[in-house]
Design a protein around this ligand. Structure first.
Ligand code: URA
Length: 242
């Protein structure tokens, strides 16, 4: 994307915008080998080679950490071959490219992190990063104690036994029931497959908590930036974290 050179230089931390103007008019900046002295000239920091006094100017992208309340009916990939809505369409006003940390199914709603910080994302996605994730699950019909016991002790899936989970029945009726299932693994469609394994039909699924973070006042489709403290605490949290 084309941007004014002054802005690129200040974003790169080389100078303030005002100082950048002086630097440009002094003939110290070149774009693709050509000195540019005209203020207001534009360049594309992703494509053009911008130098100051002959040295490359590197843009450090602002690190962005978001907590999104993903609505059902969105995919967590950046592009969907089937043309379905993607979560990044919801991020109005975020100029940087960010991508989801982990995934939630198309039909699952709830807490999803997005970032442009690859190290942070890898840390959270690492299998050793055993943070609790709580899901609210609505299932059809009643739930019997044996199903709750099996879910909490671990069930056999085609990729192996699940680790013990915290399972609470919070509402039960003939029509449908609600459970909270708290797991620290993050296998593909894990909660849905666990329910299927004990013959429970999932009507809806929502991730309501990730470690110490909940959705709070966010409504489906809304997002907020994480605070620097939250970012650091999430990166540091592991199996001892709530
Ligand atoms: N478990 C699932 O089955 N789906 C999700 O999206 C997340 C956890």
């Amino acid at each position: 994307m084309l941007e004014r050179l002054q802005k690129i230089l200040s974003r790169a931390g080389v100078a303030s915008r005002r100082e950048a103007e002086t630097i440009i008019t002094a003939g110290r900046v070149a774009v693709n080998g050509k000195v540019v002295t005209e203020l207001g000239s534009k360049a594309d920091p992703d494509k053009d080679r911008i130098t100051l006094d002959g040295k490359p100017v590197r843009l450090k992208a602002e690190r962005i950490y978001l907590l999104l309340y993903k609505p059902a009916g969105y995919v967590t990939t950046l592009k969907d071959p089937e043309g379905r809505p993607v979560v990044t369409e919801l991020l109005k006003g975020i100029g940087e490219r960010v991508y989801p940390v982990g995934r939630l199914d198309y039909n699952t709603e709830g807490l999803l992190f997005l970032t442009n910080d690859g190290d942070w994302a890898n840390r959270l996605a690492h299998p050793r990063h055993e943070v609790e994730k709580e899901y609210l699950v609505k299932v059809r019909g009643r739930v019997n104690p044996e199903q709750v016991r099996r879910l909490s002790e671990g069930v056999e899936l085609d990729d192996g036994m699940t680790a013990p989970a915290k399972v609470q029945l919070v509402h039960e009726s003939e029509r449908n029931s609600r459970l909270t299932i708290t797991i620290h693994e993050g296998r593909y469609r894990q909660v849905r497959r666990m329910c299927e394994a004990v013959s429970l039909a999932v009507a809806s699924l929502k991730r309501s908590r990730y470690g110490f973070l909940e959705l709070g006042d966010l409504r489906p489709g809304e997002f907020r930036r994480l605070t620097p403290q939250e970012v650091a605490r999430l990166a540091a949290s592991g199996s001892s974290e709530k």
